[in-house]
Design a protein around this ligand. Sequence first.
Ligand code: GLU
Length: 269
Amino acid sequence: MINPKKIFKLALISMMAVLILAGCGGEKTSGDGKGKDVLAQIKDRGKIIVGVKNDTRLFGLKNPSTGKVEGFDIDIAKALAKEILGDENKVQFKEVTSKTRMPLLQNGDIDAIIATMTITDERKKEVDFTDVYFDAGQSLLVKKGSKITGIQDLKKGTKVLAVKGSTSAINIREKAPDTTVLEFENYSEAFAALKSKQGDALTTDDAILYGMVDEDPSYELVGGTFTKEPYGIAVKKGNKKLVDELNKALKKLKDSGKYQEIHDKWIKN
Ligand code: GLU
């Protein structure tokens, strides 16, 4: 005969075991999803996984003939890999958009975001940022000859194109509350929509808009900048060691002239 008391005891023990294990799981995900801080994971695997744009000329654009991504953010990521891991090839790139970059970081799919991302107080609640590594500002792109010459012309009845998950989509509603804002998944879709006249202007950072002018000079920036968009590298919250390491590496790039070299290669305006 099985002793009912024994069964109860056994059930109690297994329940406790489950609770303890679940507790451990909680601990594990608190830092980085895998039990170690992200910097330790990067060093263990010998490469850093960076989320970058694939459709943003000058910052992160996939070259169809090589299949490789190219741009300012890409070169910064490579230079950081060289500083931290001793080899600029010890970096793996994963595509992000403005909308997907935060979830991909939180899931642990990427270690860091280097993707035209503005440091904001709102975002600081969810991720940690390094020091500023690039200064941009929001502006407007229109077809040359357009009647729109600045945000003052974005009135009722005008349509502005923006990208989901960007600060630009939020800022433009505040600065031009009467205009209609249409949001797209990424910058190539938004620019294609401007070209097919689905909107009167496209809004995002000046540095990104210059990349579009580079692609098609029949478009131009108008009205100057109306926000400040300081770019930072984002990492999962609570990874101070990684932020410190990235800041140290960024400083070295600035001190050595490497940062300036990368800047001058991509940024002409
Ligand atoms: N820098 C702005 C942002 O972080 C606009 C560029 C982008 O969409 O990545 O939202």
